[in-house]
Write a protein that binds this ligand. Structure first.
Ligand code: MLT
Length: 394
């Protein structure tokens, strides 16, 4: 037998595993020290009451013979798909057919799984810096990657270059890690480019709930022509605190045809073969996110994280540190102090201030001089982190 040699092209550990390992080592040596974790973007607010109520009801149903649910539809229950369909119509004026919506256990899995549909010889365009899952999953499959550099000059929003070849294009807006958001004209330019190249955009909208400027698109399907060239991946992780509960959705339009084949049909075929769906209980909880009460409650939680982000950016302003993000995004992307690369800065912050962030290099080469702080922490921790930052920097 032979192993998939492509795994040898990966870094030894996934970014957040490396960070966890380093932090655990430090904590072991400094057991009494309070470490403030602003690294991985994990939520800290509990699930909203409307969601909890729906989860409880679903648990009770599973204990009753007359209401028990066994295997569900692999692509999700209609009650949840309908709720998502109405959400797109009401909030983005996007009309979706119910069978264009596939319920998943989160965006990360589907962003990796979708690669099953594509041949290994496709050229993949990936922005740099960006969520490392896009790079690692393509490396595992042995695809060649072309990086699109994001930097201060282009406001971390790389645009298409018509001389480039492209088959698969990843876009993440609001961007993880930089917080940069494409406006309508910029997304339209990407859609036009993809259509011209007959490429497919894999659009990660996991952070869309943080956009509160109505001028900015929250779904790629708000852009004309996108249904012929894009798949959208969204998650309730950051929208509604589902990082530990797991639920998301992927939209594969029926208008997406390549080589005379329907990608929607192929994805259905893939999911029905390899996935048995998200649990009934979790889908009931997810449906509650889209009720008026659920929306009101999750928006209050998002506002809390947005306020955290505002407090952090105010601190960076005071310290005259360059950053992006923090507005329309839960991430703050700051420049490392001179003479430190991002892993050196990680160690410096951990040892000097006991604050954990994410080194920019973990998101790609263009992140080498940057560092990401997450605003998903508890308010007290954010205030304490700000005080510690001021102490070491002022
Ligand atoms: C992050 O911190 O980049 C995310 O939380 C990771 C994820 O969503 O998988």
């Amino acid at each position: 037998m032979n192993l998939n040699q492509q795994y040898l092209t990966l870094t030894e550990n996934y970014l957040f595993s490396t960070i966890n390992h380093k932090v655990a080592q430090y904590q072991q040596k400094h057991a009494d020290t309070k470490i403030i974790r602003l690294g991985i973007g994990d939520v800290t607010k509990p699930l909203a009451p409307a969601i909890i109520e729906a989860l409880h009801e679903a648990v009770a149903e599973q204990g009753q013979e007359s209401q028990f649910h066994g295997y569900g539809p692999e692509q999700g229950y209609d009650f949840l798909r309908q709720a998502i369909q109405e959400h797109y119509q009401k909030n983005y004026s996007v009309a979706l057919a119910i069978d264009e919506i596939f319920v998943s256990d989160g965006a990360k899995s589907d962003l990796g799984n979708v690669l099953d549909l594509f041949s290994v010889d496709n050229v993949v365009l990936i922005p740099d810096p960006v969520y490392p899952v896009y790079v690692d999953t393509n490396k595992m499959a042995g695809r060649s990657i072309v990086y699109l550099t994001g930097n201060r000059e282009n406001h971390f929003l790389p645009m298409p270059d018509h001389n480039m070849t492209a088959d698969i294009i990843y876009l993440c807006s609001p961007n993880n890690p930089t917080g940069a958001v494409y406006n309508r004209e910029q997304l339209k330019a990407w859609v036009d480019f993809a259509r011209q190249k007959e490429a497919i955009i894999l659009f990660d909208s996991a952070y869309e709930a943080f956009i509160d400027d109505p001028a900015l698109p929250r779904s790629i399907f708000e852009i004309e022509g996108s249904k012929e060239c894009a798949i959208e991946f969204c998650s309730l992780s950051k929208t509604a605190g589902f990082t530990g509960t797991r639920c998301g959705y992927t939209i594969v339009p029926k208008a997406l045809i390549r080589n005379e084949q329907s990608l929607n049909q192929w994805w259905l075929r893939r999911q029905t073969t390899k996935f048995n769906g998200v649990s009934y209980i979790v889908q009931k909880g997810a449906a509650a996110v889209f009720t008026p009460q659920g929306q009101q409650q999750i928006k209050a939680d998002i506002a809390y994280y947005q306020e955290n982000a505002r407090l952090i950016t105010n601190c960076l302003d005071e310290l005259s540190i360059y950053y992006t993000g923090g507005i329309q995004s839960p991430y703050i992307w700051l420049e490392c102090p001179v003479a430190m690369d991002s892993w050196a800065f990680f160690d410096y912050l951990l040892t000097k201030a006991q604050i954990v962030g994410t080194p920019g290099a973990g998101f790609g080469q263009s992140g080498e001089r940057y560092f990401r702080l997450s605003a998903f922490g508890k308010r007290d921790d954010i205030m304490e982190a700000i005080a510690r930052l001021k102490k070491i920097w002022q």
